[in-house]
Design a protein around this ligand. Structure first.
Ligand code: GLP
Length: 272
């Protein structure tokens, strides 16, 4: 048996998502890290920037570890890389160890040679009356960089992507959103006190995500079984934000065997 099995939903126009099932999160993360490595190198040869959309949470942690390893041990340079993170709590200072700004430097940026001016993470300290223009400017920066070449996503247990909670519009762009109680509770594991989980966040929109040239969603473990099942095993609905990725032309769900347990094998064609 190979480490990777590809499940491709029988072609309907509605569900174009590719599902790649790996034995473990490490194998799935290594696969995506190599994909990013090739993209960065291809762009380097063409003298172009490589624009990555990045996520926080536990799902991409092993991917970031692998990218750091590729930098330190194989000399992979991130000098031509521009990044845009999906989201940040609001309000929260950047120095707060529970902020996504802190997380990204701690888990990735402090360990690679990316230019600091190429890093973009929503700012959780913007004054409330400046949030809307700030969000418009964030969208414009993505466009000015040439759009996102590869968007990495995790997903919440309610299938939220970024902080686009169930019910978010397909046409949504970067904006301030309220967090669901379920999300605040799930994310409280990262905080020292559940009461400190902010009630709002700045997130890129579903539309912003769908405009990426390529999307890779990572989901590991039993706690993602339901979200995976609803996102790729059932019809797309705005109540299940990650299911809206089904319509994207170049989107893969990179999952492990545990997260794949809810998928109906009859509906999916297995490929080696
Ligand atoms: C947060 C982030 C999402 C992330 C989700 C899943 O809510 N805003 O972008 O996908 O957490 O987190 P984890 O990867 O820890 O399961």
């Amino acid at each position: 048996m190979t480490n990777q099995q590809t499940h491709k939903r029988e072609a309907t126009q509605q569900n174009l998502a590719k599902i790649k099932v790996f034995k473990s999160p490490i194998e799935g993360s290594d696969f995506v890290a190599k994909q990013i490595e090739s993209l960065i190198k291809r762009k380097q040869k063409q003298n172009e920037s490589c624009v990555l959309g990045l996520a926080t949470g536990l799902s991409p942690v092993l991917l970031y570890k692998k990218l750091i390893e590729l930098h330190k041990q194989k000399g992979l340079s991130f000098e031509n890389v521009i990044t845009f993170n999906l989201d940040e709590y609001y309000p929260i200072p950047k120095e707060n160890p529970f902020s996504y700004n802190y997380f990204m430097y701690d888990q990735l940026f402090d360990h690679i040679d990316i230019k600091r001016e190429n890093i973009h993470i929503p700012d959780g300290t913007i004054a409330l009356d400046e949030v809307n223009p700030y969000c418009d400017a964030y969208e414009n920066k993505i466009k000015a960089a040439g759009g996102i070449d590869l968007q990495i996503l995790g997903m919440g247990s309610n299938a939220h992507i970024g902080f686009n909670e169930p019910g978010s519009s397909r046409t949504s762009n970067t904006r301030l959103v309220q967090l669901e109680e379920e999300t605040r509770q799930a994310n409280s594991i990262h905080f020292d006190d559940p009461k400190k989980v902010p009630k709002a966040a700045i997130t890129v929109g579903i539309n912003t995500i769908l405009q990426a040239k390529e999307i890779v969603l990572l989901a590991w473990g039993k706690r993602k079984i339901e979200a995976v099942k609803k996102s790729v095993g059932e019809a797309a609905s705005i109540q299940v934000p990650a299911s809206l990725l089904q319509n994207h032309q170049n989107c893969s769900f990179i999952i492990d065997e545990e997260a794949a347990q809810g998928l109906n094998k009859k509906t999916f064609q297995k490929k080696d």
